[in-house]
Design a protein. Sequence first.
Length: 164
Amino acid sequence: NQAPTTYLETLANLFKANVGTGCFAMADAIRNSGIVLGPIATITIAAICIMCMHALLRGAEYVMIANNLSSRPDFAETVELCFANSKRERLRKYAKFMKSFCNISICITQMGFCCVYFIFVAQSVKMILDYYGFIFDLEWVVTLVLIPIWLSSLVRKLKKIGNF
């Protein structure tokens, strides 16, 4: 039975997810947004995302200590507990909604990451297949790529991924 991921391991995994996808999508992002505005906007958005993740990780640690929890709460639980224990009465009633909103936001973000990876990997595989004379539509290649990527998503412990 492995120990839960540490603060630094969790932050590193989140950073790798953001930076990894950003590297794959960088050329297309710059092409569509411009050589001047593109890098500035990309760095600004990346900084905001990392700052928000860092705040949630630090908040989870604070919430765990403040509420005498045995383990650090996940992102959504952290948001819920922050709203539920707010000094402002008006915010307390939104605790359950904000927990759901946080989970939905994380799912949308992760789907965005996955879309970049799927398209990047599928386009690369399609180029290789085309070179060797196997002509397929990109949609079919995306479907074929889905299977191994989906299987890799079944890894339940981040520490196992970090060992590679």
